[in-house]
Design a protein around this ligand. Structure first.
Ligand code: ZN
Length: 249
């Protein structure tokens, strides 16, 4: 694989004071996590209504049966891939300062990324909406459905956002800060279809941030905000990019 504009991306990152990663489903597909949208997306197989908050509280058992199948059987065994590790390595080299992710699979953290802002929350934690007690998910905890809070007996909800929920306040605030602190954004595997997450790169761009985009196909970002488009899947491009960066430092 040869990317004509790889050097341009390498120079942007090496000359940057603050590069921020911004990732979507495309970085996790090669870990076996199917995307929600698109032709092979989970919403072609399952009814997205199970992640409607009202439906969840009125039908916690129905909702939890599907949630368990999708998020804890399907996703549960997924491991970080080379794209996650490459991004974590760039952070270790102090060339990436933070990662904003739309993914809820915890794979950036498992790969070693330290500063991760989870725009849509995290599936590894369950939360009691009544007393706010948090639980790390385990097989035992979700053996009998729906799981309930040991303190107040309320049904536990995965700590990622359901339809109609607000973006977690901390992640939102930090993401906005990144659009001001950064001088380079490295978008990987996000097509810009999910609002309001897709507004973050646009805000960054308005603040003068240079945008590098890694995607197999052009996306909603490509002709609107992207300065350097590296076409290819996340693993291929991230390996090539990190190798090229390391050969220059
Ligand atoms: Zn509780």
């Amino acid at each position: 694989m040869h990317l004509d504009n790889l050097e341009e991306a390498v120079d942007l990152i090496l000359n940057s004071k603050h590069t921020t990663g911004y990732t979507g489903a495309g970085v996790s597909v090669e870990s076996g996590i199917p995307p929600f949208r698109g032709k092979d997306g989970l919403w072609n197989k399952y009814d997205p209504g199970i992640l409607d908050l009202d439906y969840f509280y009125s039908n916690p058992l129905d909702s939890w049966q599907v949630i368990k199948e999708i998020f804890y059987e399907f996703f549960g065994s997924a491991k970080p891939n080379k794209a996650h590790y490459a991004l974590a390595e760039l952070e270790k080299l102090d060339l990436v300062k933070a990662v904003i992710t739309q993914n809820i699979d915890n794979l950036h953290q498992e790969a070693g990324s330290k500063t991760v802002y989870e725009f849509h929350g995290n599936s590894r934690t369950l939360i009691c909406q009544k007393c706010n007690k948090k639980y790390e998910v385990s097989e035992q905890l979700i053996e009998t459905l729906p799981p309930r809070c040991e303190k107040c007996d309320t049904v536990l909800k995965p700590d990622f956002i359901f339809f109609g929920e607000m973006i977690p306040e901390y992640a939102y605030k930090k993401s906005i800060e990144e659009t001001k602190k950064a001088d380079v954004f490295l978008i990987i595997g996000s097509t810009g279809e999910v609002v309001p997450a897709s507004m973050i790169p646009s805000m960054a761009r308005e603040n003068g941030v240079k945008i590098i985009e890694v995607n197999p196909n052009t996306s909603l970002f490509t002709y609107s905000v992207t300065d350097v488009f590296l076409q290819g899947n996340a693993i291929e491009v991230m390996l090539e990019l990190t190798e090229a960066i390391k050969s220059k430092i």
